[in-house]
Unconditional design. Sequence first.
Lengths: 371, 308, 289
Amino acid sequence: MSQLELRDIRKTYPGALDETLKGINIDIASGEFLTLVGPSGCGKSTLMNSIAGLESITGGSIVVEGKDISTMEPKDRDIAMVFQSYALYPTMSVRENIAFGLKIRGMPKDEIQQEVERVADLLQISALLDKKPARLSGGQQQRVAMGRALARRPKIYLFDEPLSNLDAKLRVEMRTEIKKLHQRLKTTIVYVTHDQIEAMTLADRIAVLKDGELQQLGTPKEVYDTPENLFVAGFMGSPSMSFINVTVEQAGAGLVVNVEGSDGRKLALPVPDYLQGWAGKQVVLGIRPEHISQPDEQKRDNQMVAESRFTVEVTEPTGPDILAVIRLNNVDVQCRLDAEHPVNWGEEAELMFDMRKVVFFDPDSEKRIRP
Amino acid sequence: MEHTQRRPTGVARASSGLMDGLQRWLPKLVVAPTFLLVGIGIYGYMLWTGVLSFTNSSFLPSYNFVGLEQYAKLMESERWIVASWNLAIFGGLFIGICLLIGVVLAIFLDQRIRQEGAIRTIYLYPMALSMIVTGTVWRWILNPRLGLEKLMHDWGWTSFSFDWLVNSDFAIYTIVMAAVWQASGFVMALFLAGLRGVDSSIIRAARVDGASLPVIYWKIILPSLRPVFFSSVMVLAHIAIKSFDLVMAMTAGGPGYSTDLPAVFMYAHTFTRGQMGLGSASAMLMLGAILALLVPYLYSELREKRHD
Amino acid sequence: MTDMVRTGFRPSRIAIYGVLLLACMVYLIPLIVMLITSFKTPMDIRSGNLLALPTDWTTIGWTKAWSEACTGVQCEGVKGYFWNSFKMTVPAVMISTLLGAFNGYVLSKWKFKGSDLLFGMLLFGCFVPFQVVLLPMAATLGKLGMANTTAGLVLVHVIYGVAFTTLFFRNYYVAIPDALVKAARLDGAGFFTIFFRILLPMSTPIFMVSLIWQFTQIWNDFLFGVVFASGDSQPITVALNNLVNTSTGVKEYNVDMAAAMIAALPTLVVYIVAGKYFIRGLTAGSVKG
């Protein structure tokens, strides 16, 4: 039995014309880390609040371990939430913040004491127990917020963009912390973020949302390598995938698509046989920067690899490598070049296209064309 | 596995449907007393006064309806006409002068003045006084024989004469003086707060463009304080229309009824002269005056919000 | 804003300080006159002028004002009325503030259908000229047997003060993040627990504002005092007005001024001690929610 089932969740705000959530179906196993990711306004926060019971749903049901909790009050759902703004009670010390929920539930004092200490130990905030939130740094406040959730030992943890208010470096540190905690405690976590890198690094599975609809539910690898549609393909991965409109053509025994560079130079890129049904038709080619790089001797003999020279329009050194932009079919396409062999913009570079992991999309339905 | 489920004991378990239902009603229950008090005490009574204004009540409320007779009487009453004119004069001067003084003082205070806090405290303390106290003091200060006039004489200006307080043509201006003294500090406080909230990057841009400080104030800062102007005018107008205490303390409406104001008229006719119907009508007209100011103001506020 | 005046405005600064100081004098002089006059003898007043210091400092004006002056029919000074004002103001301030706190809490954190309408109603209630409610209120108080009582005055001040206090608290609580209330609900806290354990401890500033604002408004009120109270239940503002307007005998301005000082002292003291809360109240009331 899955721990949390979201069955056809629908939500329309009073007075709104459209549904905010248009029928979300997700099953979450016990101990799983699921991230909800999507652009602003996709409904992820609404879904999160609905699971917590802070907002009501207009259709569907929320089932926890077989029990329908859709109409239960938040306090009865045995769910804890960590907020983006931490939402720590400002007039209470850290200790009191963590103990608050336990006190309300009538836990005896010594048990509360034990719990607070256990949690403080886990999160390394024992030294802060008697301070008030205003005296803590952002990262410390975040830990206290997590501690408050952990102390209650709920069935499900909800994290609502908890790292968005932290600076970049701290965010990466806290991300690792959260991942470690999850591995240690094996709790069920639903984690909302708009940062797809966060989603990828933390999740067991990712749910990509757009406009209240689930676009894809899968492991990070699945979502990255085999995105369901144009939106997921473009949303996940940074720098993002480039999309080029091409026509599938027969070239001898195999299929190719032709691309033209900014200087008119053409290149025929080999494409897999499963596109046979699309010969003569237009498709959208989705290619990631790591698929275009400097020539590699070992790949040269591969059928699905093509080489040519193209003019580099812009270069962005990132440290470990260089992002270069070339123009194919009037579209800016990013490539990943070796930092040891820089190219100046305006110069030509010898580039190798590895077509093995490239994906194709139906231009009308925007869905990925499957093998 | 470290994460075992522990069922805590206690009150929360007893949470039944009844408790949840109560929680849903609780917010409404809590505001209900206020809702009742205000519903009756303000809106209900407003209606009641309105009803009375259409009757011929005199010493006691009666319910003989006489249509608009009381309003007609008001329009013909010379005292009411004087009171209304006085309100226009008083209100206009009061608002205008308060705004002027308030804005000037606020601008000056904004110039990084030492002891700004102390000065602000001094400008504002009159607001903490009752209008009766203000009226009493100013009545003494403007006392025709022993007040300002005598002071000037003692200081050498022997031809100075100041009998405005007992001069039916000028008495209303004494009320203006006292009221401005009391309330201009308030306008100053509002504008100072507004000035402090102005985006400094706009001012820096103007300085780079070469504008001088007075020009910056006149052309950029003050226009951006329009909302403060409007709320000041609203509050001042409200004070003016309600002005009762100050007049009663300074002149009791006199000499004669040359400093009468609608609020004084209403009190006199309702409670002293036993003409409740007429008094009620005058009260309704006062309400009308406030509405005439409030409705366009709210309308323009709402409209602006929609445009944002 | 304030880093403006470093560039060569020296001469004007003298002018600015001059104007500001002049204004200070204008604002302070009436208070000074009130004080000086209250310590003079009637002879001093007749022979001297407004700003002349007393030749003999005397407290006779004060003692007379406190316990002997005539306020209409009785001649027992204003002391009884001074206590009346306290008896009326303190309960009214407490009740209207408490109600305002609860209302503000509900209207900001527990909105329901019609709660915005209720708020609008209250907001409008702040603007209504009280002349339109005087007569019905007087009639009602009579029917309730509370005419001319301090309790009646308390009721009146609560009814007409709760709109302001609600406005204060509601605007204050609106600025507190909703996430705090959500976190508390998830922790299992209910309506009252959230209010008493979480919001109330954070509310000290606005409580001060409400208490001080209400104290000033209610103590200084005259209209309700003169309409709804008479004789023994009158507040000091009414007594002062009666004292100053009695036409019998010679006018004793020192007594008048002393009585005015007595009436003014409580709110002045509050202002001096906690003026910043008063100012917050003033400016908060004009900011549209």
